[in-house]
Write a protein that binds this ligand. Structure first.
Ligand SMILES: [Zn+2]
Ligand SMILES: [Zn+2]
Length: 277
């Protein structure tokens, strides 16, 4: 497995924002977030021996203390650059009012730790709790770093959740292979990629290709919606045989209009992305 190339992701976000003005706002925030996450990696790298040495389950090996230490910087960043609603949430978390409770706050760092833990314990990591945005931003670099140290095992190509951390897939990727493409799923948390059958719904296991429609838009040649008429879930896929410069997690965020279309047509996303859609 390879290390996260933050610069490549950041550069792609800059390029796609220029090319696609309607996505510029979300991509600019995403770029700020990734620049922040990149700085976290240095901290993570310095503690990795203890993380990597443990035999505990993957999610228990992430260091919540480091994440809590890094939280104030993230809250400040979001208050400075985020949209109003997120900035408001950042202010509330900073003040220790995580649950909008009227109780006086007496241990905000413990509450902040609890916020991170509740994200880790949620099995699919994608419950629609706003606080999860902050937990995801802080823990994702650690998770990617730790996942990169894991030994690659042969993985069942019908595994619907990440073989490393158990999270749901964020996006599918088609990579050139022979005269076609191989399909992989990319984890929404630790960014591990695992091979996945071309004609198979990751949620309900549907294999009838007539019930697995694909939708694309002219604006995005390499990105399409892969839906399932049986369970009504979808995710997007990025076709590297069409655009070899694509960065799947970034291109996924740059194509919100496809998500709007899918939701309007009655589909639910398998896993909301970091930016919340
Ligand atoms: Zn994972
Ligand atoms: Zn399905």
């Amino acid at each position: 497995m390879k290390r996260t190339d933050w610069d490549k992701r950041i550069q792609r976000a800059v390029e796609l924002a220029e090319r696609n003005p309607s996505a510029a706002e979300v991509l600019t925030l995403y770029r700020h977030i990734m620049e922040f996450q990149k700085t976290l990696c240095a901290d993570v790298a310095s503690v990795s021996p203890s993380l990597a040495g443990a035999e505990a389950p993957f999610r228990e090996r992430l260091d919540l203390d480091i994440a809590v230490e890094q939280l104030p910087a993230l809250l400040a960043l979001v208050q400075r650059t985020g949209p109003a609603k997120l900035a408001q949430e950042a202010a509330e978390i900073g003040a220790g009012k995580l649950h909008l409770s009227s109780l006086p706050c007496y241990a905000s760092s413990e509450e902040q730790r609890e916020m991170l833990r509740s994200f880790l314990l949620s099995t699919d990591g994608n419950e629609p709790e706003a606080n999860h945005f902050f937990a995801r931003v802080l823990l994702q670099p650690q998770a990617e770093h730790l996942a990169a140290t894991q030994q690659t095992q042969s993985v069942d190509s019908s595994a619907s959740v990440c073989p490393v951390c158990g999270a749901r897939p964020q996006v599918a990727v088609l990579r050139p292979e022979g005269d076609g493409g191989k399909r992989f799923l990319v984890c929404s948390f630790c960014a591990t990629e695992w091979e996945f059958r071309r004609i198979l719904c990751p949620v309900c296991g549907e294999v009838d290709h007539q019930k697995l429609p694909r939708y694309s838009a002219e604006d995005f040649a390499a990105v399409r919606v892969e839906a399932c008429d049986t369970c009504k879930y979808y995710l997007k896929s990025v076709d590297m045989t069409v655009d070899g410069l694509a960065v799947p997690l970034v291109d996924e965020i740059a194509t919100a209009s496809l998500d709007i279309w899918a939701v309007e047509h009655g589909f639910n996303k398998i896993s909301p992305n970091l930016m919340g859609f």
